[in-house]
Ligand binder design. Structure first.
Ligand code: 23J
Ligand code: MN
Length: 263
């Protein structure tokens, strides 16, 4: 069978290192930057807490363990369709009902790092994506599209990561027509290296938060706070991004990984 032959090839390449596993995940802890919403509009996700139960002491002499307080949309995380009002009714749109097949898929990496360094409000358009396809090849149904901005280099502090001033947060993201285009192409999801899948200024777009509104309306997914996209090829890597199976969950922190052929 073609499938088993391909998989034995992959097994060999994983063991030999011909295929590398790249970590696309930020450390999750009390200093993880979190989204700040306008207080008149919404309540924010709480700060992450890690509480020790025991560490080889009177509370547990031979073992160490912790309990966590963590919002679903914290750090490197997955957005399920159920997260947004436009996607709320899909029977397979929550963390415990999404088909697991969708957690392993090819990934297209669009490098916007230079433009995002120059303009913190840089927006990727449908025409930009088409130009990228002309150079690197078509985006196919069932594949992820992720926006490389190298924003993970700002992840050390909430201030640099959110990049807010009196006019609000400033971080790159997609336009409405960009998201409409990748949905047309059959993309399984849209990912970014910023705090959320939408640009910092996305609340003011003609469709507010288009990555959330339109992707989830189409029963598709989002990934936020991805790291190390500079280590991936434009095409050819496999993304593994599986949320915790939270009961009727809207998303979850993930350990995002990429399988990358060594060049
Ligand atoms: C809630 C409200 C607005 C946004 C978000 C969450 C996210 O970015 C998220 O983490 O899904 S923009
Ligand atoms: Mn989210």
């Amino acid at each position: 069978m073609a499938g088993s032959q391909g998989l034995s090839g992959l097994a060999e390449m994983l063991v030999s290192g011909a295929v590398e596993v790249v970590d696309l995940t930020a450390v999750l802890g009390p200093s993880t930057p979190l989204l700040k919403l306008p207080p008149e509009l919404a309540v924010d996700t709480p700060k992450i807490e890690i509480h020790k139960i025991s560490e080889y002491d009177k509370n547990g002499p031979w073992w160490a363990w912790n309990w966590l307080k963590v919002g679903e949309h914290s750090g490197t995380h997955f957005d399920a369709p159920h997260h947004w009002i436009t996607g709320k009714d899909y029977p397979d749109g929550a963390t415990d009902s999404i088909p697991v097949k969708n957690f392993v898929a090819p990934v297209n990496v669009i490098d916007c790092s230079a433009k995002s360094a120059e303009n913190h409000d840089y927006l990727l358009t449908a025409d930009d994506v088409k130009a990228w396809e002309a150079e690197h090849g078509e985006i196919k149904a069932g594949e992820w599209v992720v926006m490389r901005t190298d924003w993970d280099r700002r992840n050390g502090s909430e201030e640099t990561f959110l990049n807010a001033d009196e006019t609000g947060p400033h971080s790159p993201g997609p336009t409405v027509d960009c998201i409409q285009y990748i949905i047309e192409k059959g993309a399984i999801g849209w990912g970014t290296q910023c705090i959320g899948t939408d640009a910092g200024q996305a609340a003011g777009m003609e469709i507010p938060f288009p990555a959330h509104n339109l992707m989830h309306k189409a029963n598709r997914y989002g990934l936020a706070s991805l790291c190390n996209l500079d280590k991936l090829p434009a095409k050819g890597a496999i993304l593994i991004a599986a949320p915790l199976k939270i009961e009727h969950g809207t998303g979850s922190p993930i350990r995002a990984l990429a399988l990358v052929p060594k060049s």
